[in-house]
Structures are given as structure tokens and as C-alpha cells.
Design a protein around this ligand. Structure first.
Ligand code: SAM
Length: 290
């Protein structure tokens, strides 16, 4: 029986008395093409460490193990651990960690693994993410500076559309600018809801986030950059002058001066700005000692 077939999931549920937990975002993949898309896009080499978030019953894990030097799979649901031990019994290069990814220090996990696997080259993070915490997971990985090369993950299409939105796109928001600051975003494929058991309410998209080795802009102070981005988008319908003035608490005179010096029309909306323009605003705030 194929691991990714609905019949296998049924068999496992019966044999282990396993109950799907909706609140943990348990929608299991049943389509080999999509699994292959994730694996191919993540470009796993034989000296790579793969970290998988939320392995479920191990359908992606198994394919990753065939390509990677080592795989570490982080799964929160303790009821899935004996199942994974069975489905991955033949994969000697897989470690399963029963933990909440949001409470896991992945940098420490990677450092520890390097001791066993000194020839490690790239670190590839992969997964079919639990939808209820897609954004917190991605932002934690990026803000913690986890030493990974790429993150290839499935998420709800609507979140993927926001993450990849370019300047001028109405989906563009603080999430787009933050993720694009840390990564180059590549769309891998859209995924219909019918390929999951149980089927979620929304369609999905696989994105690959290639983590930048060097930041795309020079910032005098990262915190001011994120403050400018957050404030700019806090009142999306307002002009940049108004949203930044109230969001940063700096008032219109100072913000007006910063925008003028940056050569940015104060009547624009935040979603039209690129990363470079937000950086100019943040560096202008820094120069004013704000
Ligand atoms: N990879 C499997 C697949 O594609 O069939 C399962 C994907 S399912 C969408 C998400 C998985 O993440 C579930 O196995 C769920 O138990 C697990 N999960 C949910 N919250 C988690 C967390 N905070 N930390 C680690 N795993 C979590």
C-alpha cells in the first residue's frame, strides 16, 4: 500500500486508533506529484540536512530521506510518533522530534546535528505547514536567523499571495515586505484542496523562500525599518504621510521632511513602496535621531 494513499491513512487510523486533530491543522497529503514538487523544488543534495515541520504520517519525510544526508522531522502530536516510527522504519537517516516547532530552537538543533554530520552542506527546511500557524512559523524562522538556505513549504494560497505580492499589488502588506527583506520568494505550484485528507476549506500554494546571504538594503537600524513598514500598512487606505505620522507617533512635519528627503511622494499608499524606499524612510528616521 502506498504511504500517501487515502487507504493507508484509513488503515493507520484504524490500527492505531489515531484521531485527526483539526486544531493542529492535520490535513494529510495524498498526491505523489505534489510531494515530488516539494522535494524537487527544495533541491536536496546528499550532503544536506533537511528539517521537516509537521511530518504527519511521513509522506514527505520518506521522499526527503531518499535524497538527503540527514532528516530531522519536528512533530507536535505525540500520537503520530509511533506511526512515524513504523512508516519510516527503513529510513536510517531520519530523526523524529516530538516538539512544538514554535518552541524549538532550530539553530541549536542544527548545531547539534553538525557534530554527527560534519560534511553537512545546505540546510533545507520543508513542510506542509499547519495552516493555523503558517505566518508565526515563517516569521520565527526568519527573525531567529536560523542558519538555513531555503524554506520550501505549502501554505494557504491566500497567505502565499500576500507573501509574494510585489509593489503595487493590492495583496502587498507588512508580511510581504518582511519576508522579501529576508528572502527571494519563488512560487513552486498551486495545490487544489481535493488532494488532502480531510480536505481543507481553501486551496494551497507551495512557495520556496531562498534566504538571502546578504540583505537587499543597508539599514542603520533594523527595528526602525520594521516600525516604518508596520506603521505604513497599519492604516492601508490612508496616504503614507498620514499612516506613518500616526503609526510612528512622529507627526506630519517630521515624516513630511523624511519623505521629501527620500524623494517619496507623501500622497502614495504603503503598498506601492519597494524595500529600498522603506529603507530610505527608516534611515531618514535614524538620521533624525528618532
Ligand atoms: N506532512 C504531512 C503531510 O503533508 O501529509 C502532514 C501535514 S499537516 C498539514 C501539518 C502537520 O503539522 C500535522 O502533522 C500536525 O500535527 C503538525 N503540527 C501542527 N502544529 C505543529 C507545531 N506547532 N509544531 C510541529 N508540528 C505541528
Amino acid at each position: 500500500m502506498k504511504l500517501y494513499s487515502p487507504a493507508t491513512i484509513k488503515d493507520i487510523r484504524e490500527r492505531y486508533g489515531f484521531r485527526l486533530t483539526k486544531s493542529l491543522g492535520q490535513n494529510f497529503l495524498t498526491d505523489k506529484n505534489i510531494i515530488d514538487n516539494i522535494i524537487e523544488a527544495s533541491n536536496i543534495g546528499e550532503n544536506d540536512l533537511v528539517i521537516e515541520i509537521g511530518p504527519g504520517i511521513g509522506v514527505i519525510t520518506k521522499e526527503a530521506a531518499a535524497k538527503a544526508g540527514s532528516v530531522i522531522a519536528v512533530e507536535i502530536d505525540k500520537n503520530l510518533i509511533p506511526i512515524l516510527q513504523e512508516t519510516l522504519a527503513d529510513e536510517t537517516n531520519v530523526k523524529i522530534i516530538n516538539r512544538d516547532i514554535l518552541k524549538t530552537d532550530l539553530t541549536a538543533v542544527i548545531e547539534e546535528e553538525k557534530k554527527n554530520f560534519p560534511q553537512m552542506e545546505n540546510v533545507r527546511i520543508i513542510g506542509n505547514l499547519p495552516y493555523y500557524i503558517t505566518t508565526p512559523i515563517i516569521m520565527k524562522l526568519l527573525e531567529d536567523g536560523v542558519p538555513a538556505d531555503s524554506i520550501t513549504v505549502m501554505m494557504q494560497k491566500e497567505v502565499a499571495d500576500r507573501i509574494k505580492a510585489a509593489p503595487g499589488n493590492k495583496e502587498r502588506g507588512a508580511l510581504s515586505v518582511a519576508v522579501q527583506y529576508y528572502c527571494q520568494v519563488v512560487k513552486v505550484t498551486d495545490v487544489p484542496k481535493e488532494v488532502f485528507v480531510p480536505a481543507p476549506k481553501v486551496d494551497s500554494t507551495v512557495l520556496r523562500l531562498d534566504i538571502r546571504k546578504e540583505k537587499p538594503v543597508e539599514l542603520k537600524d533594523d527595528k526602525l525599518f520594521f516600525k516604518a513598514v508596520k506603521s505604513g500598512f497599519a492604516q492601508r487606505r490612508k496616504t503614507l504621510l498620514n499612516s506613518l505620522a500616526s503609526g510612528t507617533g512622529l507627526g506630519k512635519d517630521k515624516i513630511g521632511q523624511i519623505l521629501e528627503e527620500a524623494g517619496i511622494d507623501p500622497g502614495r499608499r504603503a503598498e506601492t513602496l519597494d524595500i529600498d524606499e522603506f529603507a530610505k524612510i527608516a534611515n531618514g528616521m535614524f538620521e533624525m535621531n528618532l
